[in-house]
Unconditional design. Sequence first.
Length: 500
Amino acid sequence: MPEGISRRGFVGLTTVGAAAMSQTVPASAQAAGTIAVQQTADAKRFSEEPALKWRPAEGSSNEAIVLDPSRTYQEMLGFGGALTDAAAYMINQLDVPSREKFLRELYDPSELGLEVTRVCVGSSDYAATMYSYDEGDPDPDVQRFSINHDKAYILPQLRTARKYNPSLFLFASPWSPPGWMKANGTMLGGSLKPKNFPAYAKYLVKFLQSYQTEGVPVDAISPQNEVDTDQDGRMPACVWAQEHEIVFVSQHLGPALEQSKIPTKIWILDHNFNLWGRVINELENPLLSRYADGVAWHPYVGPVTAVSRVHDLFPDKNMYWTEGDFDATFSLVGPMTFGAGAPGGAGPEPVGGAGSPPRRDPQSSEAIARAGVGAANAVRNWLKCIIVWNLALDENGKPNIGPFNGPGFITIDSKTKEITRSGAYWAMKHYTHAAHRGSKRFDTQGGLEGVAHVAFVNPDGAKTVVLSNTGAAGKMQLRLGNLMTEVSLPANSITNLSWV
């Protein structure tokens, strides 16, 4: 069953949050019974606040958040973002010292500490140009294959990222096979000819081998980004029928990786929550299931609780969020509840021409708190990672060659090179410092309306709770066995509490 929360009437109180933690527990959390506190609210961003203390519990726990670290759920892979061609292009516009400093900020565990990165196999819609690694006349043996495009700025940035975080997990997705493999002869929309399944498997294997040769091994791959849309031929895309994905993974890509002794995992679907029925049908196929490590999900359409539905049927398969706005699942919560039975969905994928004004991620604490709630919903529905889209874009949501015009996780001004961090950036920092690779989500129940909570126990035994308050300011009680503490929570805030 989905592990949801019941949140009762808020009455002016708010939620408690788990203390932000880096690779080591903050010094303020080292003393026995001490709880480190870090908070984002008003003008504060991930600010260290006065420590709290555990004390003997007293009174009713009816409106408290009750913690049970003995009851654990999924092991976390981590939080991260997409280094698209567009993002890498913008980062490459920075001078060398600024670029190095920026990449350290993104990946060093003592700073933002991203642990997962998504890259594109060829161009996505967010790219300076459209490209594959084998464009031109038909080349069934893929002898023309070359990743020279990526050597200019994508691979160097990935090597720098792994310098600052050697355990960085890399996930790759193709938006389209080379045009000659497809029925319409172009990377723009259309579908792959089944007769080219063997050639496409060779193409993906060569991509993985080439990245390995460049010192950037890829840990997981999907056969296709967003399997059921061709975006009306406006961008690199490819439609995959359910039966074609089954055949390709079970008879071509899976065996090819096995024969080449490539340990890269395969994640199927790489699309929206509303396609949970397709996922179930695919995973019921024993040949596909043999090769599929798990499912890659996007939050643009459908309820996040669909992930729990699939997990309940296939608990041995892993669930991953691989693209989307950090707060996309906030609308699944509504003002009252989240978890099992939450109504509605995240809404459609953004629509608009390349000339439409970009959607802005406001810097307000309200936007940050909403992002925190969205992340909590995702993690509480068995997702092991959250990868946001486009780590960096310019002030106009570019470069891109497609129809969508969204803001980047970080904006790099195309003229001044000024760096602006989105609200999602600060929500992300609360999570990257709360849950390191190998941490496990543990049980939290109760609380009040307006408050989302999720908790982790890290491999070193340190425990964290992240609480995102979209309601009014107030105080809230946190209970751990026969101990309790009380925390003050500003309106529209995220609070981390950490202890050992």
